[in-house]
Design a binder for this molecule. Structure first.
Ligand SMILES: NC(=O)c1ccc[n+]([C@@H]2O[C@H](COP(=O)([O-])OP(=O)(O)OC[C@H]3O[C@@H](n4cnc5c(N)ncnc54)[C@H](O)[C@@H]3O)[C@@H](O)[C@H]2O)c1
Length: 269
């Protein structure tokens, strides 16, 4: 017998953003694989068909159950189609893992309003669309879990302006708390994972640029030095927190934030 009820056997998980911005382990990919290792059927959803298919292939190679669904979760018509296809394939969704996140760096005067809107649409508004898809059947079945992925940038100023991203990630935290309050009596839990500085392929495109370093490795090292634990987190560090919150091991946990950051939030308190 397992000491903790971490199993997700016979559960279907919808991972919005299960691909990766580049080769290697993104948070959505590591979470998808972790859910499958715990026995879940995983709907790997991403607008990047090739990277979603790669996640699905990794799961299947380990004997897990996964299917790829390609589309933009920030578009109303697309998300209705994606959920219809996912339900058709694996049945009702037990866990929604809201992983998509975008954002350009910049402060008030150098943030284009279109980029601000895009960050809001992908990071926050898409949770409204996805929640509207999953909550009715979760209520009907009397169970469900929603795990959202915010960022320490939604809690603190982390050393450089990342306005559209930070504001949307802050909104995501409160959105998650609101779902939790409204649906706690219906057997549905909603919690937010708040990652710190995580070493995923995406940082090569975005945050590494904030460090005046000659190479990506130097930028990664500078980023690691910011963290009290002296290392960036791995996608697995975050995935494990997501899996805990999605599972019955977190049966009495709702409306909270689980910060996975090697101590960096305390440093900027
Ligand atoms: N990497 C970090 O340091 C870090 C830190 C804190 C929070 N986060 C958050 O964790 C999450 C995952 O980060 P990551 O570093 O693994 O990033 P990532 O870019 O590799 O993963 C996000 C995935 O979402 C997909 N996606 C984006 N918009 C989409 C849309 N509209 N429809 C469908 N798919 C879409 C992308 O194609 C990508 O595969 C994001 O929400 C990010 O903001 C990351």
């Amino acid at each position: 017998m397992n000491a903790l009820p971490l199993s997700l056997a016979d559960r279907t998980v919808f991972v919005a953003g299960g691909g990766s911005a580049g080769p290697g382990w993104s948070i959505g990919r590591a979470a998808s694989v972790t859910y499958a290792r715990l026995g879940a059927r995983v709907c790997v959803v991403d607008r990047d068909a090739a990277s979603a298919a790669e996640t699905t292939a990794l799961i299947r190679a380990e004997g897990g159950a996964a299917e790829t669904f390609v589309g933009d979760v920030a578009e109303e018509a697309e998300i209705a189609r994606l959920f219809a296809e996912a339900r058709e394939h694996f049945g009702p969704i037990d866990v929604l893992h809201h992983n998509v996140g975008i954002g350009k760096t910049g402060g008030v005067l150098d943030t284009d309003v279109r980029d601000f809107d895009a960050a809001h649409n992908v990071n926050v508004r898409s949770l409204l669309l996805a929640s509207q898809q999953v909550l009715p059947s979760m209520v009907e079945r009397g169970r469900g879990a929603i795990v959202t992925v915010s960022s320490v940038a939604g809690l603190r100023y982390i050393g450089y302006p990342h306005l559209s991203y930070s504001v949307s990630k802050a909104a995501l935290i409160q959105f998650t708390r609101m779902i939790a309050q409204q649906y706690a009596g219906s057997g549905i839990r909603a919690n937010c994972v708040v990652p710190g500085l995580i070493d995923t392929p995406r940082i090569a495109h975005t945050v590494a640029k904030q460090f005046s370093a000659d190479s990506l490795d130097d930028a990664r090292a500078a980023r690691a030095r910011q963290v009290p634990m002296q290392r960036m987190g791995t996608a697995w560090d975050v995935a494990h927190a997501c899996a805990f919150l999605a599972s019955d091991a977190a049966a009495y946990i709702t409306g909270t934030e689980l910060v996975v950051d090697g101590g960096i939030t305390g440093k900027y308190a």
